[in-house]
Design a protein around this ligand. Structure first.
Ligand code: AMP
Ligand code: GLY
Length: 422
């Protein structure tokens, strides 16, 4: 089969490497892919949100199956457009991708269907929002309604911070129109767990759980990033928690979406917080997480393409999805300075990795036959092993086989999970 993957980061590289293991895959195109993905797929210079060109390419090249990975093309309706042109897809249509595209939509959905989440208020009027934060419990959480490159959430530790956050979103429009409506919600505490799931609108199959590390520096200090590393499984996601999540969150969400004629087909990502009062939804994403995918897919033993096709054909109840009973750790190698200013254009040298390790390229380009750094998060090194401790040790050991000037990584990925286990 001819497969097309829309997107061009570490997540897409992990999806492509997993798809390559499928017997039925002949050719994989990546739109746009990146200089590192080019080793595993044919990269086509079409941007991930250029929907007319994506559809044209799929038709001209007789693509059998398309995987749309990033949030923005999904929210913009890439799957609607591709399916409209007769191309079978993995990914939700726009009317379901809104579960990530609008926080107001997802909060109202959870309220209406009794899905546990933080208490909240919605504002589209700045004066009312400012009035509200004068008496809101502090800390409080302020979220831009729309997509904001993962940066639209501000945890205000003081009343002044809360006021500033409201002004920056609603008045200064730092996130553009995404901030013209805001959700202001209760601050929850507890360990966070990411659960990606396959769902076809009827059946939901959770993948192995994972833990992200969003802050730039060791000890969960520094600025928020797109994610500096992950481990799977997440020790806080016990069997009891998993059962409760399935009953109170996963199935109710999938059923709620279908009951609203917005069947969600694709990967539904549940960002959860395990609070004193049980698991609650912090956020939904309409796609695979990055860098969660990089630890989840290496543990998948079943054929990813078969699962994706079964999802598209609403046959998930007929197939088995198996994960290895192992742990995985992903360390992100970033350009020093990220998520603020950083230099790029340094040559990446990739040595031999151990058999239980692999790498995914996120931000790099090919120039004159050389792979050069071209982004904040440059690449991911992943290792899988029988124990979490071993997976962490092996990931860090293999990190030393990949070098570029100005490389930076957190040294403590997985330590919080390890402490929770012991
Ligand atoms: P998001 O962009 O929705 O993933 O939010 C970014 C991060 O903000 C989450 O991973 C949480 O750590 C934190 N966060 C979001 N909502 C809340 C909340 N209601 N209470 C506490 N922390 C939150
Ligand atoms: N790692 C968080 C996300 O993909 O949104």
């Amino acid at each position: 089969m001819k497969i097309m993957v829309v997107g061009g980061g570490g997540r897409e590289h992990a999806i492509i490497k997993a798809l390559k293991k499928s017997k039925s895959v002949n050719t994989i195109y990546a739109l746009p892919g990146n200089g590192g993905i080019a080793a595993d797929a044919q990269c086509v210079n079409i941007g991930a949100t250029d929907i007319p060109k994506i559809v044209e390419f799929a038709k001209e090249n007789k693509i059998d199956f398309a995987v749309v990975a990033p949030d923005d093309p999904l929210v913009l309706g890439a799957v609607d457009a591709l399916e409209g042109a007769g191309i079978k897809c993995f990914g939700p249509k726009a009317n379901a991708a809104i579960i990530e595209g609008s926080k107001v939509f997802s909060k109202n959905l959870m309220k209406k269907f009794g899905i546990p989440t933080a208490e909240y208020e919605v504002f589209d009027n700045i004066d009312k929002a400012l009035e509200y934060v004068k008496t809101a419990p502090i800390p409080t959480v302020i979220k831009a309604d729309g997509l904001a490159l993962g940066k639209g959430v501000i945890i205000a530790e003081t009343r002044q911070d809360a006021e500033n956050a409201v002004r920056s979103m609603m008045q200064d429009k730092v996130f553009g129109e995404s901030g013209s409506r805001v959700v202001i919600e209760e601050f929850l505490t507890g360990p966070e767990v990411s659960v990606l799931s396959f769902t076809d609108g009827k059946t939901v199959i959770p993948m192995v759980s994972s833990m992200d590390h969003k802050r730039a520096l060791d000890g969960d200090k520094g600025l928020n990033t797109g994610g500096m590393g992950t481990v799977a499984p997440n020790p806080y996601y016990t069997q009891d928690v998993a059962k409760e999540c399935m009953e109170k969150i996963f199935l109710p969400t999938v059923k709620a979406m279908s009951s609203l004629d917005r069947p969600f087909k694709g990967c539904l990502y549940f960002g959860l917080m395990i609070t004193e009062n049980g698991p609650k939804v912090i956020e939904y994403n309409c796609r695979f997480g990055d860098p969660e995918t990089q630890v989840v897919l290496p543990l998948l033993e079943s054929d990813l393409l078969e699962i994706m096709i079964a999802t598209a054909e609403e046959r998930l109840d007929e197939i088995e999805v198996k994960f290895a009973d192992k742990s995985a750790c992903c360390v992100v190698l970033a350009s020093n300075g990220y998520p603020k200013a950083y230099k790029k254009g340094f040559e990446i040298s990739i040595g031999n990795l151990d058999d239980n390790a692999d790498f995914y390229i996120a931000g790099a380009k090919l120039e004159g036959g050389k792979l050069l750094t071209n982004g904040g998060r440059v690449l991911n090194v992943v290792a899988a092993a029988d124990t979490l401790e071993q997976a962490i040790a092996d990931a860090y050991k293999n990190v030393t086989n990949i070098t570029f000037e100005n490389a930076y990584c957190r040294k403590d990925i997985g330590q919080r999970a390890l402490a929770a286990l012991n």
